[in-house]
Design a binder for this molecule. Sequence first.
Ligand code: MIG
Length: 762
Amino acid sequence: MKKIFTKHNTSSTVTINNRKILPDAVLKIDAITDDIIRIHTISKKNDYEDYSFAIEQPLENNTVFSIKENGSIITASTGSLTIRIKQSLQLDIYSADGTLICSDYQAYDEDKPTLSKAEADQLAKEGHTVDTSVSSFKYKITKKIIDDEAFYGLGDKTGFLNKRGYDYIMWNSDNPEPHVENPIFRALYKSIPFFIVHRSDCVYGIFVDNTYKSFFDFGCSNPESYSFTITNGELNYYFIYGRSIKEVINNYTFLTGRSPLPQIWTLGYHQSRWSYSSEAEVMEIAQNFEKYNIPCDAIHLDIDYMDNFKVFTNNNNTFPDLKGLSKKLKKLGIKLVTIIDPGVKAEDGYHMYDEGINNKYFAKTTDNMVYHNTVWPGDAVFPSFTSAKVRSWWAGKTDFLVKYGIRGIWNDMNEPASFNGPLPDDVVFSGDNRNYFHEEVHNVYGHLMAKATYKGLKQNDGKRPFVITRACYSGSQKYTTAWTGDNQSIWSHLKLAIPQLLNLGMSGMPFVGTDIGGFGSNATPELLSRWIEACCFSPLFRNHSAKMTRRQEPWTFDRQTISIYRKYVKLHYKFIPYIYDLCYEESLTGLPILRPLIMEYEDDINVINCNDEYLVGNSILVAPITEQGAVVRSVYLPVGTWIDYHTGHRIKGGRYILCEAPIDICPIFIRGGSILPTYPDINNLDKKSTKKLIIEFYPEEQFDNSCYYLHYQDNGIDFAYKNGEYNLYKFSFSPKRPNGLKISMVKNGYPATYNSITAVIK
Ligand code: MIG
């Protein structure tokens, strides 16, 4: 018998050759850590280069497999996992205690197209959108759905927290249609091919690090299995184990990186509009925040501040003096953030175009002509962000904005989007060692643009870069924050915002937000009120709206709406020290700021599908109203004592309660035993306002055990903290002295400490 199943083993890699199943490739299984296993192919024909856009540090294989062979089955074990590799190349993965965690599934007929060509043509004639793109693929991995498994993650796809029963596409898309829960185009702006599988006896994650278009099906076409399908490139996925959802996220961000600490002001309130169209208008907006006593830290300038939408220019009629404007705003404590698109106007004499052409920085067609498409500036060309040289060039250009005092860059249209649909698959982007076709790098274009922008702000400004992006990939959290793109001022999008933000957080992106009030269509006073309430702890806290919609600044609404808006913006500012502490925790662990209840209460089956509540860290539970007209809602409180933030009532959890929520109330509950650092009433996050701290303590009904909390403080601006310039305070309360706050310093490296720290017992 001809031997078709051969293997070559080193201590941390099992290499398998099965010419029948993989005629042109070998399968490699690498032990990355005890909890992380990489499963990938290496094609024989291709000049294979093992690389990742998401994982940038070398993965040292310090972990060794212990390998056994039993007939045709190879067993490879790490300290926490055992992988049984069958001759069919199917894998069964067990935990150390022998639980079968994950098992490849023998697909039967699910690859048959559900529609015949004739049927598809007929449907298309009637005007239906028929998506047949999954019909050809390179690798498809199908795994068994075991018991009550729930699926989380995948970035900000539409739909619900738990993705079971749905299918999605990874292909960064600027789809102008309103995002609905289960669209025919199951893609949005971002591709984060990471998901978490959770069931009562175990949890794990899978990160499919392949940048081509890919498909994810969580029991949609077959309720017994889930699958991921890639259309080109190598099969390359990581099995990520953990003893909890938190450990899985921790392991995933060990691979793809964590968000560094932000400048503290970026956690404040941002006001945006497409577009504020003159310096006078911007000043008026800034003054209105003062007039209406609503805190604000940033105003965003959308595309009209540019000269004919040419990036890294300003319009000399409407914004002749950006530097002067940012100076004037600085006096009011407000910073400017400007939008930048990737498309460069094709116009001779325009420096970006000329330099890019001369240096061959733009994408090309297969016959070596510069590729053109239409975006905001009209005829435009696209930088090859795949090349380090091009990224450095772009990074250098950010100096134009930095020298005008611009404090953050908002990257848009970087899917890349065009006015003529997606770019053709074969547009060529040059890289450092080779060229890439668009189909390979489409999903990382926004990621690489963010990386260039981060580099630019870091080198030109020296502060912690503030970048916002619409499109991204796994690992973008190292460079940028993100917003969820063009939502609408409709109730279903307010509802959608919660699972979107939570799934982004579980996908390694902690610093995220939605356009508060909705981007497209007209916000009603009630919707705006409920939106500012629902998102009052959103790390990226920005109101933005589109041209042709009613104005959305709070003072363009009635008095009641203004006062609700003020109340929740102030609430956000009050808790910024807590949110910043969560940023610190995140920078070390990858754990998100906004968390689904399942992350903190994994054994509670009531929270598996909880779409309409969230936790901020582990201490604050928010249960917003997202229904038009509703003034009461049911709230699930997990086990423990919860303190109603508005009334101070102590409520026993582990049950549903009915909570009254008139228009100015967003139900918020504090977990008994929480200690929360807060600011007094402030109007922005300049240095002076962050000098006082008020510690709120919410004891349990029975205060029997001491409680403590670690609080992080640094200058909130630059990288001095990396040299140890930060403080870590330990705040504690003990039942012996129930009213006495004890403060100790765990780390004392930042000299400009608080002027006062006081305590309030709730
Ligand atoms: O084609 O710059 O998502 O936030 O206001 C529209 C104008 C382009 C899309 C962004 C939106 C922004 C708008 N942009």
